[in-house]
Design a protein around this ligand. Structure first.
Ligand code: UGA
Length: 452
């Protein structure tokens, strides 16, 4: 099929490259010329495993064309996927870019004779597709539903694993506004992907996305609450607790003698809390959507509250363990919101750095990929130094805090902490290190959900 995609961020570009890789002809449209130039050269403007090589491949084969000419992209395709950003402003998502894209596509459809399906892929709160996008399309095109089609097709891509998630989906959700839209749109996936296609209406599709992210975030906050209770009680290892909870066969079934460990059990782990461009924003958006409709979402509010508390609890622990943090020098190991990405949006590490700065701590930060983005994020934050070598970050420090579980960081030998730090003490906020080994090397170990 010929497909046009509006927006070349994480979602738009990964979708475009993967669909082209699967044999479709794809136009990736964006208003920013430098991004289009980069894609056209086969160089991915975003950091994502496998994307560079696949992009180079589909550009070389002429299966993907990057363009600023939306008119040509829509006219020469049968389906247009809207994958623009929905920034969180105030206490809800802003639909400015969605509305703009819908308006532009609608205006182009006015002059198009053939049937065309528009798809909303951006994460939007329920009712957005049928009560906001549809009227704009009708008004801008001067056409009725049936002359064009409309679907909502959410994405489930994890940063760092987005390409594999796209190529091997768990489920394909198609929230179609009518039968004809569904019949045309499903051809994108039907013969190319091995996953169940779930046919629903647009509002249900929108809610599936929010419910999925909310449940995963709830698992994290639940684990962190168990960790907090364990810390207060003392002598409990919350990591062992949650690992054992996850071994219940309802989470980890045994099939033909083999334990099947679902990825979801990874979220049953105490740690520094969640961040990134999705979980915090999506849960807050669902909360405000719910409140506006008269339901007070108590669980979702607690999920956010526990996550925000996590940074405060880390600070309190540090103050206690170091007998105060003013004028102390602390190494921050990991700046990205999770491993294998350079993304620092809503990173718990960045939030902790701000709090520590406020408290008068000197900070030496290391990350294998996110230093440049963290520098921009923390611009004007004096007394924060950045290093591309963890040894320099550890040099002369009173404590090291492990905030992102990059293998580059979790594999640092304990002997290096002893060698470079003033006082070898590590606060493991990812529960990625072996506390017995730390003790053996003479490194003081503190962990989320672990107090000796
Ligand atoms: C998340 C979802 O996992 C995707 O399915 C979804 O498509 C995407 O949001 C989206 O809405 O676009 P992502 O934010 O890339 O993907 O990352 P995750 O790997 O799910 O991690 C989210 C946050 O939870 C990170 O801060 C991560 O460090 C944290 N996390 C994850 C934990 O604190 N503990 C864990 O055990 C797992």
């Amino acid at each position: 099929m010929n497909i046009s995609i509006i927006g070349t961020g994480y979602v738009g570009l990964v979708t475009g490259v993967c669909l082209a890789y699967k044999g479709h002809k794809v136009f990736c449209a964006d208003k920013q010329q430098h991004i289009i130039d980069s894609i056209s050269r086969g160089v991915s403007p975003i950091y994502e495993q496998q994307l560079d090589s696949m992009l180079a491949h589909v550009i070389k084969n002429n299966d993907l064309k990057a363009t600023t000419d939306l008119n040509q992209a829509v006219m020469e395709s049968e389906i247009t996927i809207i994958a623009v950003g929905t920034p969180y402003i105030g206490d809800q998502i802003a639909l400015t870019y969605i509305k703009e894209a819908a308006h532009e596509v609608g205006a182009i459809l006015k002059n198009k004779k053939d049937y065309h399906v528009v798809c909303v892929k951006s994460t939007v709160v329920p009712t957005t597709t049928d009560t906001i996008v549809l009227p704009i399309l009708k008004q801008a095109s001067g056409k009725e539903l049936g002359d064009f089609g409309l679907v909502m097709n959410p994405e489930f891509l994890k940063e760092g694993e987005a390409v594999q998630d796209f190529l091997n989906p768990d489920r394909i959700i198609i929230g179609a506004i009518d039968e004809k839209s569904y019949e045309v749109f499903k051809n994108i996936y039907q013969y190319h992907f091995d996953a169940p296609i779930i046919k629903v209406n647009p509002r249900t599709a929108e809610m599936i996305k929010y419910a999925s992210n909310s449940l995963l975030a709830t698992l994290i906050s639940f684990s962190n609450e168990i960790a907090a209770i364990s810390e207060e009680a003392g002598g409990i290892d919350a990591l062992k607790v949650m690992e054992s909870v996850g071994l219940d066969k309802r989470f980890t079934p045994k099939v033909r003698g083999q334990l099947i460990k679902p990825d979801a059990t990874k979220y049953l782990k105490p740690g520094r809390g969640f961040g990134g461009s999705c979980f915090p924003k999506d849960i807050k958006s669902l909360i405000s959507f719910s409140v506006q409709r008269g339901y007070d979402p108590k669980i979702l509010k607690s999920v956010i509250a526990v996550n925000e508390l996590q940074i405060k609890r880390i600070l309190c622990t540090l103050k206690k363990e170091l007998s105060g943090i003013q004028d102390k020098t602390i190494a921050i190991l990991g700046l990205a919101f999770k491993a294998n990405t350079d993304d620092v949006r809503e990173s718990q590490s960045i939030k902790l750095i701000r709090e520590l700065k406020e408290a008068g701590t000197k900070l030496k930060c290391y990350d294998p990929a996110a230093v440049e983005k963290a520098k921009t994020e923390l611009l004007g934050c004096d007394g924060v130094e950045f290093f591309n070598d963890y040894r320099e970050a550890l040099e002369g420090t009173d404590a090291a805090i492990l905030m992102t579980d990059w293998e580059f960081i979790t594999s640092i030998p304990f002997s290096e902490y002893v060698k470079f730090m003033k006082a070898p003490a590590v606060f493991d906020c990812c529960r990625a290190l072996d506390h017995a080994k730390a003790k053996f090397y003479g490194v003081k170990y503190i962990g989320i959900g672990f107090r000796e």
